[in-house]
Design a protein. Structure first.
Length: 378
């Protein structure tokens, strides 16, 4: 039961990009949030976001923000490769955390962050926003209550506009650390593993291609592979984020099929039910492109702006996290341990594709190293 006397929340938002702004605007409307601080290294962006969310304190130094006595919780919304230091600093203060996925971009850093979270006992959750959409909640409930029997096969196919990939590769100095599985495939992976949370992955086999993004930015176009679970169940996954810029899905188009011994469930999440065609250029969740004139509305994972507010899963996710802090209600957020597991599995897809052979799961920090001693799947 929720607490009758809700706690006040003094919120630190570290990172003022798209997600930091979205979550900050939601937090500014929450009745228990009475202080918002923002840490953003770009002065113009800090000014813009600070004004939009009505921040009480704005700084370029996240440590200065976390040291404020008003702060009781933190959102980590920096670029993916900059998560580790602010997470560890917030954990040191024992602040509850909402962390954008992933925990880190390397297994070693992710393992270090997870260990610190466990030692501290901090309530840390990770932003796998798709868990807050009704279609995935409905699917989860049918699987959880045994409506499909024992799940034996899951398949997922994700198609993405290449603007997403180009934006991610542009923001890194090391394209080898960026891949469609680690950055975007992890959303589909988390949904599927959430459905199959009682099953233990045992082996993975994958392949990748790079004929489009390779020449453009040293990137990977697509990855496909299969996870075999200890009980013999299978998960087949494929993702391409190399579709043309004019592909009408602004970000994510996903199809999932779940087959069990007693039933089947298919989910069409391609967003082809609302199609906009216009003479005006269409923006999208990442870098705008003037060539886009057609859109599958609703394909931007955080949701949509309507009547001046964000509507959709990221708003719901943020509000439920704030309620979790204020009144202690349980939520379906991904735990830090689940987030580390998802990073491990996405890294395993990439590693198997690079080595062109099957690998036993889980892979380790040593496996991730370029010259590490790698085990062979039986």
């Amino acid at each position: 039961m929720p607490k009758k006397n809700p706690k006040r929340i003094g919120l630190a938002i570290i990172g003022g990009g798209r997600v930091g702004l979205f979550r900050g605007e939601v937090a500014a409307r929450h009745p228990q949030v009475d202080f918002i601080g923002l840490a953003e290294i770009k002065p113009d962006r800090a000014k813009l976001v600070g004004e939009k969310i009505g921040a009480d304190f704005v700084t370029s130094d996240f440590r200065a923000l976390l040291a404020r006595p008003e702060i009781t919780a933190a959102i980590i919304a920096t670029d993916e490769h900059l998560h580790v230091d602010p997470i560890l600093a917030a954990v040191e203060r024992k602040l509850p955390l909402l962390i954008e996925k992933p925990l880190a971009t390397s297994l070693a850093d992710s393992e270090r962050v997870l260990a610190a979270i466990k030692r501290s006992g901090v309530d840390a959750v990770v932003g796998y926003t798709q868990r807050f959409r009704r279609r995935w909640l409905a699917a989860k409930e049918k699987v959880r209550t045994g409506q499909l029997g024992d799940v034996t096969l899951v398949t997922s196919r994700a198609f993405m506009n290449r603007l997403v990939a180009l934006d991610n590769y542009k923001r890194t100095d090391d394209p080898s650390g960026i891949s469609p599985m680690v950055i975007s495939g992890t959303h589909a992976l988390d949904v599927v593993m959430w459905m199959m949370e009682s099953k233990r992955p045992a082996e993975i086999y994958a392949r990748s291609v790079d004929k489009t993004l390779g020449p453009l930015c040293g990137g990977t176009d697509a990855t496909a592979g299969m996870i075999t679970f200890e009980d013999g169940s299978l998960y087949h996954a494929s993702i391409s984020w190399a579709l043309p810029k004019v592909w009408p899905g602004a970000v994510y188009s996903l199809e999932v099929g779940i087959v069990g011994t007693g039933g089947v469930l298919t989910i069409d999440d391609t967003h082809r039910d609302i199609v906009l065609a216009t003479e005006g250029a269409q923006g999208e969740g990442y870098a705008p492109d003037a060539a886009r004139r057609v859109d599958f509305l609703g394909s931007y994972p955080p949701g949509d702006m309507a009547l001046g507010e964000l509507r959709g899963p990221m708003r719901d996710e943020t509000e439920q996290w704030l309620n979790r802090l204020a009144v202690g209600v349980p939520t379906q957020h991904a735990t830090a341990a689940e987030a580390h597991n998802r990073l491990m599995l996405t890294k395993a897809f990439d590693l198997s594709a690079r080595l062109k052979r099957a690998l036993p799961l889980p892979i380790t920090v040593e496996d991730e190293k370029p010259r590490g001693s790698l085990r062979v799947a039986g």
